[in-house]
Design a protein around this ligand. Structure first.
Ligand code: G4P
Length: 537
């Protein structure tokens, strides 16, 4: 197969959802359909029991939650799927956001009874910023939930994205019995008697080809009430909508919506088929030298995650690199653009579901793990020699803050090194007072769990005991001048009611303990920009 052919087969995506919507279940079904695992329940084991597919860190197993972002690569229908898993726990971290910078599309999973929930909203915003295609899968339809039109309205109004329902739910005797695929004009009906949690249980009958809703075949399959409801719904949908606009979909402005029940395999076939057809392969990626063509011969990629101690036998740090062009092969030389250094990739690793193996040939869209000699930072660009940089991965304003106190003054050096390294890896955000100013070290995180990871790692890797104390801070904003001129720190002291600190890249941050303090600062200082995200150095 030529490299072009390989790239066209890649589908690199993530599933975004609020905890409990069914992400683990859907992931497992994908792996079952992909033939990676044979038994339902294998992925679920990550919640406590035996070994798990996406489960690497000891802490993860102990706590039964997924801290790491793992990569599940598996073949499906002639395609190469790269599913970048994201932490599913409510205490999710910045890893989740960063992972969304490495995907080409996303599946937004909603619970049909709950609709758009808090975490879905946050993750959606990141996808939206990147203008990537977003599929919507409304799950748990077997249980009955909100009215489908109601859910469409909610997605459109709360998230501000258009919705095109592709697979519409049909009911018989009031219960969910299948979907009508509007693009394919097919009815997928499910045989409830054979519903099961295995992909091979034969829960779905072969789809029925129909000319449209009014086809007598549809009526035959449904009862009177179910058919009337479908026809009524179809009329409403036709009246409401334009056709499926592929351009808007590719720009992330229109989400194809599907209904189903992951646990029963209901609606998965209709979803997966269309997902495979519509989800785009890797596209050109913006850089400071213009877009980088995935089919380009020279290797390029960027670091979106750094993970320490994946292999407890050898203390190691691995940088996860999303390949954007060219190929990765064992022993090849790559250029680390930020430092200007070249390094040889002795053992680039690919993450096939469940195991790590040395890369045989990674292409655009794939994720490889590269041993990190302590050089990499989140967002770093690697190339075959050229000096360009991909768009930086933004830092996101944390929502939790904690004061970091060292307990043993004799281990000051180890403490400083450990904290610096963890912040560089992106485990947590670190804020320190500017030189010559007194103040505490403050950690910022998107999820409380990040603090625990810091404490655990400082102790186990650097032998440093720390205490995390609560602070009153609630908001952090990166401050720059609206006119682009350099910001004088002295102008900031006294001008805003907040704590002035520097982040790991020496960018100026103000920590506020109240929303109104931020609003007041914004009102009194139109010459300043208080950013919720930060990019660049
Ligand atoms: P998450 O990773 O998004 O947190 O969700 P997960 O797949 O673990 O699913 C959360 C719960 O929802 C699980 O139940 C799961 O079985 C259930 N679930 C997932 N998909 C469906 C569906 O299509 N229909 C219905 N009715 N339930 C679904 P649990 O009780 O928390 O776990 P378990 O004891 O069933 O494993």
């Amino acid at each position: 197969m030529t490299p072009q052919h390989e790239i066209r087969r890649r589908r690199t995506f993530a599933i975004i959802s609020h905890p409990d919507a069914g992400k683990t279940t859907l992931t497992e079904k994908l792996l079952l359909y992909g033939g990676v695992i044979q038994l339902a329940g294998a992925v679920k084991a990550k919640r406590g029991r035996a070994s798990a597919v996406s489960d690497w860190m000891e802490m993860e197993r102990e706590r039964g939650i997924s801290i790491t972002t793992s990569v599940l690569a598996f073949p499906y229908r002639g395609l190469q799927m790269n599913l970048l898993d994201t932490p599913g726990h409510a205490d999710f971290s910045e890893d989740t956001y960063r992972t969304l910078h490495a995907v080409d599309g996303a599946v937004m999973l909603l619970d049909c009874a709950k609709g758009v929930e808090a975490q879905t909203k946050k993750l959606f915003r990141v996808c939206r910023q990147r203008a990537i295609p977003i599929f919507t899968f409304v799950n748990k339809m077997d249980r009955g939930g909100r009215d489908p039109f109601d859910l469409i309205g909610e997605v459109e109004s709360v998230l501000g994205i258009g919705v095109f329902p592709v697979a519409w739910p049909v009911f018989r005797g009031g219960t969910f019995r299948g979907v009508y695929h509007r693009l394919k004009r097919r009815v997928y009906l499910f045989d409830a008697a054979h519903a099961g949690s295995s992909a091979t249980s034969g829960a779905e009958r072969p789809p029925v080809e129909v000319t449209g809703i009014d086809d007598p075949l549809v009526r035959e399959e449904l009862d009177e009430a179910g058919f009337d409801r479908l026809r009524h719904d179809a009329e409403l949908l036709e009246a409401a909508g334009d056709g499926f606009d592929e351009e808007r979909y590719l720009a992330g402005e229109l989400s194809p919506m599907f209904f189903g029940s992951a646990i029963n395999n209901f609606g998965l076939e209709a979803f997966l088929e269309t997902f495979c057809e519509l989800m785009p392969p890797p596209r050109a990626r913006p850089s400071d030298q213009g877009p980088v063509d995935p089919a380009g011969a020279e290797f390029s990629g960027f670091v979106f995650k750094i993970q320490a101690n994946m292999d407890r036998a050898h203390r190691d740090r691995v940088a996860f690199v999303r390949i954007c062009s060219g190929q990765v092969t064992r022993g090849m030389k790559v250029h680390h653009v930020r430092s200007g250094r070249d390094l040889r990739l002795m053992s680039p690793t690919q993450f096939l579901a469940g195991e790590r193996s040395v890369v045989e040939g990674g292409f655009a869209g794939d994720v490889v793990g590269i041993p990190d000699p302590g050089l990499f930072e989140i967002g770093d660009t690697l190339t075959g020699g050229s000096r360009f940089a991909f768009e930086p991965i933004p830092s996101f304003a944390p929502e939790h803050f904690s004061r970091l106190v060292m307990l043993d003054p004799l281990r000051r050096k180890q403490f400083a090194r450990g904290v610096e390294q963890l912040a560089q890896e992106g485990t947590v955000q670190l804020y320190r007072p500017p030189a010559g100013r007194a103040g505490d070290l403050v950690l910022g995180a998107l999820g409380q769990l990040q603090f625990e990871v810091v404490r655990y790692r400082l102790e186990s890797e650097y032998g440093v005991e720390v205490r995390l104390e609560p602070t009153a801070y609630q908001l952090a904003r990166w401050v720059t001048r609206a006119d682009g001129a350099p910001l004088e720190l002295d102008d900031l002291y006294g001008a805003v009611e907040g704590m002035v600190v520097l982040d790991i890249r020496d960018r100026v941050v103000v920590l506020f303990d109240r929303e109104w303090a931020l609003r007041t600062a914004e009102r009194l200082h139109p010459e300043l920009v208080f950013g919720e995200t930060a990019t660049g150095v």
